[in-house]
Design a protein around this ligand. Structure first.
Ligand code: G3P
Length: 217
């Protein structure tokens, strides 16, 4: 299972990378805005800075919503670095653009996916990744993990190569359950990745070992 970090914050990306468990990065316009990145040139430079930190795929989202605009923007993003994956929304022109990018060897991440039907379309268009937003489904009373399971089953049954990238992960149990049900990738905030470290018995055990070690010097 791959671990991506869901942020545009360079310090957080560095911290996850230095932990040695990071396989890639996902961003979106909200995460870029949170970092105060403004203007096309600054946005492109910021994506390049992210690519320079990580060894792995970096999802960069298009803003255009028409086929021509998505293709132009996606080709520009893909020209920044070979690690760039063009993130495209699940809309009609987005699906057409994913097919175009697939046919032109540009990797894609189909985002804003909330149903199995949308995930099926993304796979048919040849998306590299599909991003179901599990936290946002839970927020409106749905079952985000059940959707991940459904998509994993459909892709396995039919042998689709598209990887299931569980997004909008809010807490450690989400991440563990995504691992259990076979999501290919989980993209999480840094606190969720670091949350995997924590167990009170580890802290208590370490404290005791260190106290006892003092008796042996
Ligand atoms: O990057 C897409 C997704 O992970 C967004 O998460 O927490 O804004 O629902 P969230």
């Amino acid at each position: 299972m791959k671990f991506f970090i869901d942020t545009a914050n360079l310090d957080e990306i560095r911290e996850a990378h230095e932990l040695g468990v990071l396989d890639g990065v996902t961003t979106n316009p909200s995460l870029m805005a949170k970092e105060g990145i403004k203007g096309r040139d600054n946005i492109l430079r910021h994506y390049k800075a992210i690519c320079d930190i990580v060894n792995g795929d970096v999802s960069a989202e298009v803003i255009a919503t028409d086929f021509k605009g998505i293709v132009e923007e996606g080709e520009l993003l893909a020209s920044i670095d070979e690690k760039i994956v063009v993130k495209v929304p699940m809309i009609k022109d987005g699906v057409k653009a994913i097919r175009y990018f697939t046919d032109n060897n540009i990797k894609t991440n189909c985002t804003l996916v909330f149903s199995a039907g949308q995930a099926l379309l993304a796979a048919k268009a040849g998306a590299t990744y599909v991003s179901p937003f599990i936290g946002r489904i839970d927020d409106v009373g749905g079952d985000g993990l059940a959707l991940i399971q459904q998509i994993v089953n459909i892709y396995n049954t039919h042998g689709f190569a598209t990887e299931v990238l569980a997004a909008s992960i809010r807490h450690v149990p989400h991440l563990i359950q995504c691992a259990e049900i076979g999501a290919d990738v989980a993209t999480c905030p840094l606190n969720v990745i670091l949350g995997l470290l924590k167990h009170p018995l580890t802290d208590i055990g370490l404290e005791k070992f260190l106290a006892d070690a003092k008796k042996t010097v």
